[in-house]
Design a protein around this ligand. Structure first.
Ligand code: C5P
Length: 247
């Protein structure tokens, strides 16, 4: 029996180059995964072709396009995302409050025009591939990483977004300041047995859920495993063993 509380939190990153590979992952993993995430690799390669396939499997669809442009462009892009059937997507918080408000307006307008469910929009705070040193040296940021993430999350909330993308290490701070209802989706998830790859601010699936994550993103830890179903089953076992709240 699949633990539905865990399933609803798991987001699988379909970071593959062809629609066939993406469909194979959806076929194998939809019993275990509540949300499939289409990011830039698959979107630039195949567009939104996979969307209906995912919806037919009783899973949600998250378009990880991380919009970052002038407000007018983001508003029009957000409108088109909803028009084309995705109701869950993200923008960069560093695009500013006006840009995030425009995303909300464009999405809400399309939702009304095409009678969809309420769009869920998250703001990417600081990418999990960026650490404190990079933030200081390359991005000229004078705040600590946690302070910066929190400020960006506050902006996202004031612009009317539903939550943010942040690392598992920042969830408690965000929830404490902005409330439990403000969603946090966390990439940079690595079970202890997985490779770290290019991620910097990582944590395990169990710790992310203990810290209060609404969604955790599983990428290469599962998709590059020799057996993707075995890998995800192992993650379920670890979460069920370590996190009381999901049992
Ligand atoms: O393979 P891995 O677990 O590192 O994949 C993480 C996924 O989450 C990738 O699809 C990446 O684009 C996405 N992501 C991220 N950091 C963010 C937002 C999204 O790693 N801040």
């Amino acid at each position: 029996m699949i633990n539905e509380k865990i399933r609803q939190k798991l987001v699988l990153a379909l970071d593959v180059e062809t629609i066939e590979k993406a469909k194979t992952l959806v076929d194998k993993l939809s019993p275990y995964v509540g949300v499939f995430k289409v990011g830039l690799e698959l979107f630039c390669g195949c567009g939104l072709e996979i969307i209906n396939y995912i919806k037919e499997k009783n899973s949600d669809f998250f378009l990880d396009v991380k919009l970052h442009d002038i407000p007018n462009t983001v508003e029009r892009a957000s409108y088109n995302i909803i028009k084309n059937g995705a109701t869950f997507f993200n923008v960069h918080t560093t695009g500013g409050i006006k840009m995030m408000k425009s995303a909300r307006e464009g999405a809400n307008k399309a939702s009304k025009d095409f009678n969809t469910k309420k769009p869920l929009i998250l703001g990417v705070s600081v990418l999990t591939s960026i650490d404190e040193q990079t933030l200081k040296d390359e991005l000229s940021n004078k705040k600590t990483l946690q302070e910066f993430v929190l400020d960006l999350a506050k902006n996202a909330k004031s612009a009317g977004l539903d939550g943010v993308v942040a690392s598992a290490n920042e969830i408690r701070l965000i929830k404490k300041e902005l409330g439990d209802d403000f969603l946090v989706l966390t990439p940079g998830i690595r079970p202890l047995w997985a490779n770290v790859d290019d991620q910097k601010r990582i944590n395990t699936p169990s710790n992310a859920i203990k810290n209060g994550a609404d969604f955790i993103v599983l990428g290469r830890a599962v998709t590059k495993a020799p057996d993707v179903v075995e890998a995800i089953k192992k993650i379920y076992e670890e979460i069920e063993k370590e996190v009381q709240e999901v049992i």
